[in-house]
Design a protein around this ligand. Structure first.
Ligand code: NCD
Length: 307
């Protein structure tokens, strides 16, 4: 087992880990295109999905990945758990641990909670998104999707609400560590602090560029991010003018050349980050990202759980 204590941050991933996971994902993707999707390999293990924030694609993606491998999946619905009766998170995790799950997949609005709970469980903890911090499995499936498009050194533009985006933070760290170039484009008040993301060195050597104008001609991959209204303070929320955001930073007709690739982690606010009729335009690989998510998560489960 190469990864220690589950997968909490992309910082845990060495280049060989990444390559092994993405190579295996290729195998799973091919299998899942066929009728018989029961690949097995992890028969009899138990995975608990704890999603304390709304999620469709990530929760379902983990569930399908695990079930196809023979894992029993249990979903904890936040409203129905003892946590609403006032049980602390630590007590809930200790209680769960006593039932001997093999993996805990957690989505939470609290930065750092997945790391915190590794102290109270023997299960492999997988971070399915913690607040504005990290979303490592999304970054791996995005990298897999980018490599399907090009094996070369990539130049990736990531656009939008960067400061609130765990998807951006995990993607940026993973891409920069692998030697790719990243351009971060956002209105000035949504720019991340490079120190908080641990990327100052890449910014100072120019491998990561920060800009407040939508200029993407020098990139081959363009990733738009959701404007995450739920993460803004009440005062801030009132200040967002989605129409002018779309005019300045939205992907519109003429923004992309035919040879550029469009990505978005979903869910898309149509007409805000991407114009209505461009969400599934020929350059878009948004549905490939969803398909690849199941294969990459199977590869991650295998990497963490197979003896
Ligand atoms: C993202 C998330 O929840 O972090 N979505 C996802 O996991 N596919 C991005 C978002 O909600 O904007």
């Amino acid at each position: 087992m190469l990864l220690q204590k589950g997968l909490i941050s992309v910082d845990q991933l060495s280049t060989p880990d990444i390559n092994t996971i993405l190579d295996r994902a290729k195998f799973y993707k091919a299998r899942y295109k066929g009728k018989d999707k029961k690949v097995g390999g992890l028969n009899g293990l138990t995975m608990v999905n704890m999603f304390f924030e709304p999620s469709t694609r990530t929760r379902l993606s983990f569930e399908l990945a695990a079930k196809r491998m023979g894992v029993h999946v249990v979903n904890i619905i936040a409203d129905a758990s003892a946590m609403v009766k006032g049980e602390s998170t630590v007590d809930t995790i200790k209680t769960l641990n006593a039932m001997r799950p093999d993996a805990l997949v957690i989505r939470t609005s609290q930065n750092g909670l997945p790391y915190e709970i590794t102290r109270y469980t023997d299960a492999e903890v997988i971070n399915a998104g913690d607040g504005t911090n990290e979303h490592p499995t999304q970054a791996l499936l995005d990298l897999y999707s980018m490599r399907e498009v090009s094996q070369d050194i990539l130049s990736v533009a990531i656009i939008g609400d960067l400061a609130h985006s765990r998807v951006a933070k995990s993607n940026v760290k993973l891409l920069l560590n692998l030697g790719h170039n990243v351009k971060l484009i956002s209105p000035p008040n949504w720019a991340p602090n490079p120190r908080d993301w641990g990327i100052e060195e890449y910014v100072s050597k120019g491998q990561c560029v920060m800009a407040d104008e939508l200029k993407v001609e020098d990139t081959n991959i363009v990733m738009a991010l959701r404007v995450q209204k739920e993460r803004f303070s009440d005062q801030h929320r009132g200040l967002i003018d989605l129409k002018s955001y779309n005019e300045q930073f939205g992907i519109r007709h003429g923004t992309l050349r035919d040879d550029q690739t469009l990505m978005h982690p979903g869910p898309v606010n149509r007409g805000v980050e991407i114009d209505e009729d461009l969400v599934y335009c020929p350059q878009s690989i948004i549905l490939d990202q969803v398909e690849n998510g199941v294969a990459v998560r199977s590869a991650i489960l295998e990497h963490l759980l197979r003896e």
